[in-house]
Design a protein around this ligand. Structure first.
Ligand code: 5GP
Length: 182
């Protein structure tokens, strides 16, 4: 189940986009860069649930600096494959970010709407600095002017699943990332 050749969901076929090895190698490189840039700080990594939970856990284990973590949750696409255009805060942060160096951890940036919302949310909390790391970015879908400081992979404007990313809440436990074959 964990590294299938393809995943069939109803009439949709998903094919491999990135293997487990490609994902892990890229995350190691991101962690090395972040460790270097934050060697005199203890940043707080803030994951956006649910999609970022695997990326967050692998990323922080490859760091060689101290860090703290927290998570918050935004409303998602529900069971659909396209954004509804609404973002709501479903679970608040627990940690204090005032004067801290924070790094927002995203699974994927599509239109950038969620990230725009996050930027506004955190600018009110007065962190010392705020950067964003996203495992995946769809440059062809971006509709909002957002800054992404560390990018794992730039991908085509197609729906993907696996490695934390769901379709109707399933398939997050696939070790690779799969793309809708259209
Ligand atoms: P945005 O607000 O940038 O349009 O979308 C961000 C959120 O939409 C992501 O955090 C993710 O939950 C969801 N999303 C966007 N594209 C995809 C995709 O290709 N696959 C899955 N599973 N979720 C996606």
């Amino acid at each position: 189940m964990n590294s299938p050749e393809r995943v069939i969901i109803g009439n949709d076929e998903f094919v491999p986009l990135f293997t487990e090895e490609q994902i892990q190698n890229r995350i190691k490189a991101l962690a090395a860069q972040i460790s270097l840039e934050y060697k005199s700080s203890v940043p707080v990594f803030i994951g956006v649930l649910n999609g970022s939970f695997l990326f967050m856990s692998d990323l922080i284990r490859y760091l060689d600096i101290n860090c703290e973590i927290d998570f918050f949750k935004l409303s998602s696409y529900g069971d659909a494959k396209i954004s509804t255009g609404n973002v709501k805060l479903l679970k608040e942060l627990n940690c204090e970010v005032n004067d801290r160096d924070i790094i927002i951890v995203e699974d994927i940036v599509d239109t950038g709407l969620s990230l725009k919302y996050i930027e506004e949310l955190f600018s009110e909390k007065s962190p010392n600095s705020m950067k964003v790391v996203s495992l995946l970015v769809k440059p062809g879908s971006l509709k909002y002017d957002v800054k992404i400081d560390y990018i794992g992979f730039r991908i085509p404007d197609k729906f993907v699943i696996g490695y934390g990313l769901d379709f109707a809440q399933k398939y997050r436990n696939l070790r690779g990332i799969y793309v809708l074959n259209t």
